[in-house]
Design a protein around this ligand. Sequence first.
Ligand code: NIG
Ligand code: FE
Length: 407
Amino acid sequence: MPSDLLVTGISQLVTPPASIGAVHGVRMRELDIIADAAIAISHGRIDWVGARTSWNGEAREQIDLGGRAVVPGLVDPHTHALWGGDRLQDFEARSSGLGYEEILAAGGGIRSTIQQTTRRSSEELIALTLPRVQALLRSGATTIEIKTGYGASPQVELTMLETIHALDQLTPAAIMATLLVHLPPPSDREEYLQQMTGFVMFEAGRLGYVRAVDVFIEREAWSPEEARRIFTAAGNQRIPARAHVDQFHAIGGVEMAVEFGARSVDHLEASGAAQIASIAASSTVAVVLPGVTLHLGIPAAPGRTLIDAGAAVAVGTDLNPGSSPLFSTQMAMALSVRINGLTPSEALTAATVNAADVLGLTDRGRLHRMQRADFLVLDSSDWRDVVYTMGASPVARIFIAGREVVA
Ligand code: NIG
Ligand code: FE
């Protein structure tokens, strides 16, 4: 059977090696690099990959890339891309010394975005979110996670899950929805918790496409014990757990989430030796978000120490209006080298296969037989340009499930 498409003219084909699941520790820097490579694709999946000279099949169509490097499509495992309004006032106030937590404690920050988002219709939110998703896609993200968390009530949160899911049909990128239990309401905290662990979780399970339930564990948000109740309810619906932890204070969120078997613990800017050791001894992936360190001026998550201790690290933009207005998944990967101490090859692993693992996806993030043919053609013959470049896109062409997309 001839393949649908043969891609040649690949100066370097670069991929994390074939194996199962996230890559831990210093193995994150092991990449397979095939010079003068070719990829054969059928039905959106990779049929064959190797040195061009060893290809002896047939293909109905052929594309010659003219000597450019190819890497897997990036996976952005952590965004809050669905929001209304803006946080420009916060940005200005912080630049003159007010803290992010102070603004939040005074009822602003995330709470102002909750108000501004809840007042918008699904159609308006789609119109606001789609260009953000297209920006992430143009930067090389072929799979993008989007969280809820800006709905003022449990019912609005459920509607936002559906709005996020609807976006999947409107962009070539694959959109993955996460339910984020973000902030407790100003009053009736227990009632809200009961609704989230009750009918909201039941409905999230029924929808079938919710990839995870995430909880913001922080002094101004939920306690580890409250988060455990939410995770238990999610587990009853077979929905994996994730958590925003140690962004400002290490209050036990990492330890609880790891013990619960969460898929990921995200942020970690305030994590110390105990938290690092607990993640390293687990299969939970540590997600670093360098855009937050850059935008808020808070400490960097200890990416280097986590990898050296044996953890699996992933990277995301955390695209949101308050803590990370970063519209490029490629730039997040590039920043993980400068801010979190990853090597370029570790950064590529963090932004591909490890990010896919956070979303429970085993069919992408590597360029091997049977994987989805999601890949990027760089504007360079050297793959390292995808991690080196900042501020301009090193991505020349994008293929999703074997088809070139116009982003
Ligand atoms: O990942 N920290 C909690 N949630 C988001 C920020 C949301 C916002 O500031 O609007 C985060 O940083
Ligand atoms: Fe976040």
